[in-house]
Design a protein around this ligand. Structure first.
Ligand code: SAM
Length: 403
């Protein structure tokens, strides 16, 4: 009797498992042999090994906490779309969000009006940058566009945003992005009628932030990847009215940005150079398309050279007096400060262009309630991930063309 009961239960369970297998589409079924063929060292582990080796030296005591944050769920910001008709601001505020751009540290505003200390010299990779270029200048007052709004949940609150809804015209109310990615757009400080180039623009988060200012005279949007440029077009069409995407106001191209200086020199008032990099956060969580996979080692090693060429192209595309904002989403000194220092040197030696590093401390002081910034970088500023404010990494450095 007992044996019969066990037999019946077993065959019932087997049938259930079979039914479940039928319900699961074939493409989602896990084959056991996959486990046997899975890479011994997945790219995410290789990335972590690489970061442990380099960032523990670069960041010292800060690395363990930055590492924990990088491996934890990131926070997003909702870049508000002024072209949408819905009351997204009120909705998000009712959920407990605040616009980090208007909710600044007023004490910090006072700091930004004070004089900085004077200079010293820094050297890296044999290229010297006069720190006096950075600190001799008066700190320029901040002109933050009143039209860029980015909402975030308070420190320590890890609530996720709901996906944005289309309004009656089909425009989405907000764009979810790392809130720290808005900082390079604020730092770029676009003004009425400016001619602006976004050299590596896809998928378009920063382009959207720049368009929110509603002051740009003409915007050139470029990305070397054709498929990513198509994604960028889709993003723009989901957020921006057609009349602002006409040929008189905006041009979208898919050129190799390193060649831009050969096409258009001394032209733009503002240039954003948001380069491809090791995308540290992505490299730690996603094995697909990971820059640390063995097959992409060469590409990864060539990144600093590509970044340097892109930054130099951006510098030559800017007009004298124009400003260039270099940004990445990596903590790597080789991809950040070293690239900037070499670009300053080569711009002077090869193109006769003198550059000044613009001090971004007023900006970091202002937003220190929202982001954690790396202390004591010799050029540029960097948002470092922190468990209570898990944004970044974002590195940015602003250069002004003197000649
Ligand atoms: N700015 C974008 C945003 O906010 O959404 C993100 C840009 S992503 C960090 C870097 C981009 O550089 C990629 O979309 C990549 O296709 C593009 N890229 C890579 N090599 C390039 C090149 N030689 N010229 C122009 N763009 C390039």
């Amino acid at each position: 009797m007992m044996a019969l009961l066990v037999g019946t239960t077993l065959s019932y369970l087997l049938r259930k498992v079979k039914d479940l297998r039928c319900l699961t589409p074939k493409r989602h079924r896990v084959k056991e042999k996959w486990a046997a063929t899975r890479a011994k060292h997945p790219p995410t582990s290789l990335a972590l090994q690489h970061f442990d080796a380099t960032y523990s030296v670069q960041l010292g005591q800060l690395w363990p906490s930055v590492r924990t944050a990088l491996l934890s769920e990131r926070k997003y910001g909702a870049l508000l779309n002024h072209f949408s008709y819905d009351a997204n601001l009120e909705d998000l505020q009712a959920q407990g969000c605040r616009d980090f751009i208007t909710d600044t540290d007023t004490q910090a505003q006072l700091c930004s009006e004070q004089e900085p200390e004077v200079g010293f010299q820094e050297e890296s990779n044999g290229v010297s940058v006069r720190k006096s270029d950075v600190v001799d200048q008066q700190l320029s007052p901040l002109h933050l566009s009143p039209n860029i709004k980015c909402l975030v949940f308070p420190r320590g609150n890890i609530t996720r945003f709901k996906p944005a809804r289309p309004d009656m015209c089909g425009f989405l109310g907000y764009y979810l992005m790392d809130a720290a990615s808005v900082l390079p757009c604020l730092a770029l400080d676009v003004q009425e009628g400016h001619n602006v180039l976004d050299l590596c623009a896809a998928p378009g988060g920063k382009t959207l932030a720049l368009l929110q200012t509603q002051v740009i005279g003409f915007l050139c949007v470029n990305d070397a990847s054709v498929s990513r440029t198509m994604r960028l077009r889709k993003v723009l069409h989901s957020y921006v009215p057609k009349q602002l995407l006409t040929n008189e106001k905006l041009r979208i191209t898919s050129f190799d940005g390193t060649k831009w200086g050969e096409i258009e020199r001394n032209t733009f008032d503002r240039v954003l150079v948001d380069v491809p990099c090791t995308t540290d956060r992505h490299s730690l969580i996603e094995d697909d398309n990971n820059i640390f996979s063995k097959s992409r080692t060469g590409e990864r090693r060539r990144l600093p050279q590509l970044q340097l060429e892109l930054l130099l192209a951006g510098i030559t595309a800017a007009c004298p007096g124009g400003e260039i904002l270099y940004s990445t989403c990596t903590l790597s000194q080789n991809q950040n400060q070293s690239v900037v220092e070499q670009a300053i040197y080569l711009a002077r030696e090869n193109h006769g262009i003198q550059l000044q590093v613009v001090d971004l401390r007023p900006l970091t002081h202002m937003f220190r309630k929202t982001f954690h910034f790396a202390p004591d970088l010799h050029v540029g500023e960097m948002v470092i991930p922190h468990l209570a404010a898990n944004f970044g990494p974002i590195y940015m450095c602003k250069l002004r063309r003197l000649t």
